[in-house]
Design a protein around this ligand. Structure first.
Ligand SMILES: CC(C)(COP(=O)(O)OP(=O)(O)OC[C@H]1O[C@@H](n2cnc3c(N)ncnc32)[C@H](O)[C@@H]1OP(=O)(O)O)[C@@H](O)C(=O)NCCC(=O)NCCS
Length: 138
């Protein structure tokens, strides 16, 4: 789940290679992640969220999230549930911040993040950085 700025800077092929290597390392060094599954079948995967550990400072950890919901399952509250679960995980881990990168044209994602308490930290042409301060949020 590469950021829009990362793709713009490195190009699609380099990002593909980077992601291939990331998933190769995943088995030995997995990042925390949650998967939303269909309540009835408990098999069909509807969406996922990953928390990448960004920093480990004396003031606490900082995570960066990447989230996606399957096309046919969007607009039903799954993204909201996944983000809520990830924020709870980060709080339980004593993290002080969760951040993310989003494409400025991704209106659905930006509005979801704002609803979940994220605020814009930095805005560039190809990328918006948003964050939520867990010590201030309820
Ligand atoms: C962004 C994404 C994860 C949202 O997941 P979702 O399950 O559809 O979102 P939800 O149903 O939980 O919606 C929650 C909130 O998001 C916002 N939202 C969702 N879809 C929206 C849309 N099409 N337009 C505007 N706002 C939208 C609303 O604020 C909504 O709250 P509301 O229902 O109370 O109005 C999903 O669209 C997705 O996977 N997109 C492709 C991958 C992607 O862009 N990932 C993010 C990369 S930064």
């Amino acid at each position: 789940m590469a950021s829009p700025g990362f793709v713009h800077e490195l190009g699609v092929e380099n990002v593909r290679q980077h992601e291939k290597e990331y998933w190769k390392r995943w088995r030995d060094h997995p990042d925390p992640a949650f998967i939303a599954v269909d309540e009835d079948t408990e098999q069909q995967k509807l969406g996922a969220i990953v928390l990448y550990s960004e920093q480990d400072t004396p003031s606490g950890k900082e995570y960066r999230i990447g989230v996606a919901v399957k096309e046919g399952a969007r607009g039903k509250g799954i993204g909201k549930l996944l983000i809520g679960r990830a924020l709870k995980f980060a709080k339980d881990e004593q993290a002080h911040k969760v951040n993310l990168y989003v494409d400025p044209n991704n209106i659905a994602a930006i509005s979801l993040y704002k609803n979940m308490g994220f605020r814009i930290r930095e805005e560039k042409d190809h990328e918006i950085t948003m964050e939520v301060n867990l010590r201030q949020s309820a």
